[in-house]
Design a protein around this ligand. Structure first.
Ligand SMILES: Cc1cc2nc3c(=O)[nH]c(=O)nc-3n(C[C@H](O)[C@H](O)[C@H](O)COP(=O)(O)OP(=O)(O)OC[C@H]3O[C@@H](n4cnc5c(N)ncnc54)[C@H](O)[C@@H]3O)c2cc1C
Length: 113
């Protein structure tokens, strides 16, 4: 499901004129008066505006601009597994969330096999 959502976002962005550059790590960011110069691994791009959304690496990129935001990256355990559709399918299991002493646990039904 999440792969389809991301694919849809990509298609909509391209439709609106975006150019996607995958596997293009930002090496340096150099703001100038009217533009920002961004050096990728194999290419340099220029833009009027830049949005930084690098997840847990956001502060690594912001550091190039002398900025930081309050971020606390944490490592989480994650796994996918095949489930019994009779028990976990959308006909049987609702989406749910459970708060226990400030710790939130959540789950949702299996909607794709
Ligand atoms: C186990 C797990 C389960 C989750 N489940 C859900 C859920 O069910 N629903 C939900 O809404 N959210 C969920 N989340 C949260 C969700 O995944 C995040 O909130 C979301 O992905 C954050 O998006 P982002 O674009 O800010 O960062 P990210 O998705 O982390 O994307 C940052 C991107 O920046 C790239 N990047 C970093 N540095 C550079 C660089 N120097 N140059 C170029 N690119 C760079 C990275 O490669 C990455 O692709 C889950 C998270 C985890 C860990």
């Amino acid at each position: 499901m999440s792969e389809r959502i991301l694919q849809t976002y990509r298609e909509l962005a391209i439709e609106k004129g975006a150019k996607l550059k995958t596997y293009a790590q930002v090496q340096t960011i150099m703001p100038d008066t009217n533009y920002v110069k961004v050096e990728l691994k194999d290419e340099t791009v220029y833009a009027e505006h830049m949005i930084i959304s690098a997840g847990k690496q956001t502060n690594d990129l912001l550091a190039m601009l002398g900025e930081q935001v309050p971020l606390t990256p944490t490592r989480k355990t994650f796994s996918w597994f095949h489930s019994d559709e009779v028990v976990y399918g959308q006909q049987a299991l609702p989406g749910w969330a459970y708060d226990m002493n400030g710790q939130t646990y959540y789950g949702f039904p299996s909607i794709e096999q």
